[in-house]
Design a protein around this ligand. Structure first.
Ligand SMILES: Nc1ncnc2c1ncn2[C@@H]1O[C@H](COP(=O)(O)OP(=O)(O)OP(=O)(O)O)[C@@H](O)[C@H]1O
Length: 582
């Protein structure tokens, strides 16, 4: 095999066509062309790009190693060994090896594309993971490690940066640059290799040689790092880290709530004598993985940015008894994961108090208004509206309006006028898009575990809004059967004025929340008005009675509501009460 690259741009970083020359068995020569796309990352010598096969359109990750870097025979040897070992491996939790070729300048290794980066980036975003997530990821690693052992392969560099995540959120072990294939069972390797934080003590010792147990050690370090947020032996210099590894000097920090079973598993694995470490089968049998609930095979993509919601966690638990205790622990171990970009999440109970809101505004400079609706603590009267907007956050400077309805559903009205409404139990959602000549909302239902790829960004945003707004609702929703809801209630329209924000719901309810915390909720169908006064007291009237009421505070706001509605329907037209309410 041979190839040549036909560059469109000289810098070699922009759009380029790479040609692979294929010599067939009958001597005929054919060309396979790839378009070199997005830069994915770089390692020691390699740069990795997205490659799409121009004929089949298949997209892969291409590791490009310049031949210049392979001049030393050791480097060449290492690359050949990586290719030889990796190409023979086929397992759902190992990065797929497609094939490799070379041209005059580079060696190209085409690998299965892992579009969700590595566990390194995941942990950077999330700070640390919940126990359920760690169980799910570690079990996938073990599945791949069992396969590696059955093929006599020691990876020798298992670390977060070599645990890739596919678009389906599967773990894929990659980078076989330091891997070794044993010739016979019981063979010991002597070469010192590995990454400082994850390196096993017997590798540092270098006397006795090492085997599969080094990967088990790294798995212990990975488990600790995912749960605690940093590696157990980490220090500012490599020598001290090595000293700590040799002395087995690590501890569990007090500020991170960890279950006894997780600590017990880590302690069992991180023992300096490799012969005393558990086997993969013993690890799987450890109580950490047997807590009376089912560990999910895969996690939703939303967990790339936010911890799984309590209602999501509940799906994996067989009965309410176990649910409450296990969910509690998951929540306790859940960090307040702030997405560095959106920074919407706040601790429970503090949600949207003035100080906190001010801080968020300061942090993001984006949130224009956020407060708890005065009605949030009120139970509707018999005649009151069935559903109203309980909390909202205006992030339309960037993405849209997020809101929580009184029935526990979370929704987003995106700036592109598409809408999402997520069921209270956090599983099913409806996506609304205005299509067709009459611009009607077309509603399509999906689940958070299965939805079209192009909705991923919107789902991540929905999760952010949900974590921010849904501080305490999830615990109240119970474990009721999920029902398909053919007519979801969601915000169809909204607007802001100087004094108020107005929502129009799909069930024709109009709600106006005023700056002074009063609210009008108007149901055109039942012709009822609910008024929430400055003290938060709520009263429901028939519309005719309300219009004739002597309660000036209410009638003024009712009139203002009418004006806003007129404004919305007829375009800008400053309401007469605008000045009065200022
Ligand atoms: N299959 C893949 N899918 C998506 N991105 C990838 C893939 N393989 C590698 N990358 C990206 O390229 C970066 C470098 O890849 P890799 O770690 O394999 O290179 P390396 O030279 O072997 O690195 P190291 O110096 O860690 O041994 C990764 O951190 C990742 O960001």
């Amino acid at each position: 095999m041979d190839s040549k690259s036909g560059r469109n741009h000289e810098d070699g970083e922009s759009a380029t066509t790479i040609e692979e020359k294929i010599v067939k068995t009958n001597g005929e020569v054919a060309m396979r062309r790839y378009s070199k796309g997005r830069f994915l990352g770089k390692g020691g010598f390699a740069r990795v790009y997205e490659f799409s096969n121009l004929e089949t359109r298949k997209v892969t990750a291409a590791k490009i190693v310049p031949k210049e870097s392979l001049q030393k025979s050791r480097a060449k040897q290492k690359l050949m060994s990586e290719i030889k070992i990796h190409r023979a491996l086929h397992h759902p939790n190992i990065v797929g090896f497609e094939h490799f070729f070379e041209d005059n300048e580079n060696v190209y290794i085409l690998l299965e594309l892992c579009s969700n980066q590595t566990m390194n980036e995941l942990l950077r975003r999330r700070k640390r993971l919940t126990e359920l997530e760690v169980q799910c990821y570690i079990l996938q690693c073990i599945s791949a490690m069992r396969y590696l052992q059955s093929h006599k392969v020691i990876h020798r560099d298992l670390k977060l940066g070599n645990l890739f995540l596919s678009d389906k959120m599967e773990i894929k072990i990659g980078d076989f640059g330091l891997a070794a294939k044993l010739e016979y069972d019981g063979e010991k390797k002597k070469t010192i290799c590995g990454t400082p934080n994850y390196i096993a003590p017997e590798v540092l010792d270098g006397k006795t040689g090492h085997s599969y147990e080094v990967d088990i050690w790294s798995l212990g370090v990975i488990t600790y790092t995912l749960l605690v947020g940093k590696p157990p032996f980490e220090t500012s210099d490599v020598k001290t880290t090595y000293r700590r590894i040799k002395m087995n000097a690590y501890s569990f920090p007090d500020h991170v709530p960890l279950s006894e079973s997780s600590k017990s598993l880590i302690t069992r694995i991180l023992v300096n004598d490799p012969a005393k470490r558990p086997t993969l089968d013993e690890i799987v049998a450890h109580e950490f993985f047997h807590q009376g609930y089912t560990v999910p095979k895969l996690l939703p993509a939303s967990t790339l940015a936010c911890p799984p919601s309590v209602s999501y966690l509940r799906q994996f638990m067989p009965n309410a008894q176990q649910t409450s205790s296990a969910t509690q622990r998951f929540s306790d171990t859940t960090p307040s994961a702030l997405n560095p970009k959106a920074s919407l999440r706040t601790p429970r109970n503090e949600l949207m108090n003035t100080e906190r809101t001010a801080k968020i505004k300061e942090e993001t400079g984006k949130v224009l208004g956020a407060r708890t609706s005065a009605s949030s603590s009120y139970i509707p009267t018999q005649n009151g509206p069935e559903v109203w907007v309980k909390k909202w956050v205006d992030y339309s400077s960037k993405y849209g309006l997020g809101y929580l309805l009184s029935n526990g559903a979370t929704g987003v009205f995106f700036n592109d006028s598409t809408k999402i409404i997520l069921d209270p139990n956090g599983h099913r959602f409806n996506y609304m898009e205005r299509r067709g000549p009459d611009k009607q909302d077309i509603i399509v239902q999906h689940t958070l575990t299965e939805y079209p790829k192009d909705l991923q960004k919107k789902i991540t945003l929905l999760q952010h809004f949900r974590s921010y707004l849904d501080g305490d609702v999830k615990q109240d929703t119970g474990l009721e059967e999920e029902k398909e809801n053919p007519t979801p209630i969601y915000i169809k329209k909204w607007m802001r004025t100087r004094h108020a924000i107005m929502f129009r719901l799909s069930n024709k309810i109009v709600q106006v929340n005023f700056q002074d915390h009063t609210e009008i909720i108007l149901s055109s169908e039942t012709r009822m008005v609910t008024y929430v006064n400055k003290k938060g007291e709520r009263t429901t009237y028939a519309l005719a009675t309300a219009l004739e009421s002597t309660n000036q505070e209410m009638t003024k706001r009712l009139k203002y509501t009418k004006d806003i509605l007129t404004h919305m329907l007829n375009g800008p037209n400053k309401g007469p009460l605008d000045e009065e309410l200022a």
